[in-house]
Design a protein around this ligand. Structure first.
Ligand SMILES: CC(=O)SCCNC(=O)CCNC(=O)[C@H](O)C(C)(C)COP(=O)(O)OP(=O)(O)OC[C@H]1O[C@@H](n2cnc3c(N)ncnc32)[C@H](O)[C@@H]1OP(=O)(O)O
Ligand SMILES: CCCC(=O)O
Length: 447
């Protein structure tokens, strides 16, 4: 047994204080923080405290759910540069202040991008405490953590008993791979309040639900509209649903508890729910804890189009900010203002459309209130300069507002424009039609 060291002994040798953990960071390093709720706030606070000995440190994070002290304590970026894979409201505000830079990517490409193109000097993950075999579980955030572990020169772990232990694949790191471990404070995990369901959300759900048949396989995005669809499905007569999703959301717990999910007709992970991260309430975190129904897998397993399309009848439901009259979907920016990110939207749209019997739904309210409190149409003749197309028009299938649902597949530009105008707010339709005519979006026949 020469060379074998029991895992408890290894752990003891690697236990450090948080300041000792941060001392492992050097100037010029690139640091990766764990995904969203598994970012270590304790490490971040201490890193900011040690800023005076550091310069040219790049920190990458995703979907921050707390203020990042390396930004707050270094507002002129003298020591740290913060880059981000997907903006939360906090990240968005900091980007407007010029101190966060978005990294464009399709979420499902994350593991490949890490393995092929990036270097990570220090990876800091908040995980569950080590188990008896020496493994730390990634809990609610699998995503690209394993790929990052594979390339990281030093892995630092904050342990937290608030992190659920999730069953899955490539969702652990072993003590033998780790440089240092420090004990966290076991504060409860961040909870994302369930988005309230508005009347508009319900109306949108009412158009979608009749198009979802028994045995469909669901991906549901974030926000009130997807939530409304879950709620409507939970109260419908639907049966034998499957779930293959990127994000595990609260509404899915309702679907399971109402007996709507069996997964019996899935082609992959039959009988199981697969997801790559969870963000929601404690009820959701408790539900996925040691629950063999739920399988946490890396984001290239959930999000790559070919993997999604292996299931039949995939239903993908996502939100957007604006749609132009040709069907280009803008979900992540308004002009040059980065609002969120591409995330998994395009890959799920494509995966659903490629799936036998699959359908993709892009949802939006017909209007939103601008900063001056004026209602503005989200269906627009053209996207303003700088606005990013998240889903190209050639990929867009169903678009749904509270005024109706249209399928753009196979429609000409004139037909798309007329279809989209038909689901715009009634008070915006005439002006949209006039602009479509003036700009030649619709052909002479419609002028
Ligand atoms: C986790 C998952 O969802 S998996 C699904 C796959 N991933 C995706 O679909 C990624 C892209 N989608 C997204 O990021 C989100 O669904 C969004 C941004 C489209 C909608 O998210 P929501 O949280 O409902 O957005 P919300 O309505 O709060 O608006 C966010 C911001 O955009 C602004 N905004 C909304 N609509 C518009 C518009 N048409 N023009 C300009 N700004 C707008 C809002 O004012 C708000 O800004 P603020 O924070 O300064 O007030
Ligand atoms: C982090 C990515 C979340 C999304 O797909 O929107």
């Amino acid at each position: 047994m020469g060379g074998y060291m029991p895992v408890q002994q290894m752990l003891q040798e690697k236990m450090v204080s948080v300041s000792e953990a941060v001392a492992l960071v050097n100037s010029g390093d690139t640091i990766d923080y764990g995904f969203s709720v598994t970012q270590s706030d304790i490490f971040d606070t201490e890193l900011a405290k040690q800023k005076d000995r550091l310069k040219d440190v790049i920190v990458r994070g995703t979907l921050s759910v707390a203020a990042r002290q390396i930004i707050e304590q270094d507002p002129d970026q003298q020591h740290f540069e913060y880059q981000n894979w997907h903006f939360s409201g906090y990240d968005r505000k900091k980007s407007e202040q010029g101190v966060v830079s978005y990294i464009p990517f399709n979420f499902g490409e994350g593991p490949h991008i890490y393995r092929e193109y990036l270097k990570t000097d220090v990876l800091v993950l908040k995980t569950s405490p080590m188990d008896q075999h020496g493994y730390f579980n990634f809990g609610v955030s699998n995503t690209f953590a394993r790929a990052c572990c594979d390339i990281a020169k030093k892995i630092i772990i904050e342990t937290s008993s608030a992190i659920p232990v999730c069953y899955g694949n490539e969702n652990t790191v072993h003590i033998s791979e780790v440089a240092a471990v420090f004990q966290g404070d076991s504060a409860p995990l961040f909870e994302l309040p369930s988005a309230p369901i508005s009347d508009i959300d319900r109306q949108v759900a009412d158009y979608i639900v009749p198009l979802i048949k028994d045995r469909s396989c669901l991906q549901i995005g974030i926000g009130g509209m997807p939530n409304a669809v879950c709620s409507a499905l939970a109260h419908s007569t639907i049966k034998d649903l499957g779930i293959h999703t990127e994000m595990f959301v609260d509404g899915m717990v309702d679907l399971v508890e109402k007996g709507k999910v069996t997964g019996n007709y899935k082609q992959t992970y039959r009988g199981q729910i697969v997801y790559t991260f969870a963000l929601g309430s404690k009820r959701t975190y408790d539900f996925i804890h040691k629950n063999a129904l739920c399988v946490s897998i890396p984001v290239d397993e959930t999000n790559l189009t070919n993997k999604i399309a292996q299931n039949d009848n995939v239903i993908s439901i996502n939100n957007c900010l604006q749609v132009d009259l040709t069907g280009q979907v803008a979900s992540e920016s308004n002009g040059h203002r980065q609002i969120s990110g591409t995330g998994g939207q395009l890959q799920f749209v494509r995966g659903a459309v490629a799936s036998k019997g699959g359908k993709s739904f892009i949802c939006l309210s017909s209007r939103f209130m601008d900063k001056e409190g004026q209602p503005r149409s989200r269906i627009v003749p053209g996207l303003e300069e700088g606005t990013v197309v998240t889903t190209p028009r050639s990929d867009t299938m169903y678009v749904v507002t509270e005024f109706g649902i249209v399928n753009l597949k196979g429609k000409s530009i004139s037909e798309r424009a007329l279809a989209l105008i038909s689901i715009a707010h009634p008070d915006d339709r005439e002006s949209l039609l006039q602009q479509a005519r003036d700009s030649g979006i619709v052909s002479r026949r419609y002028c």
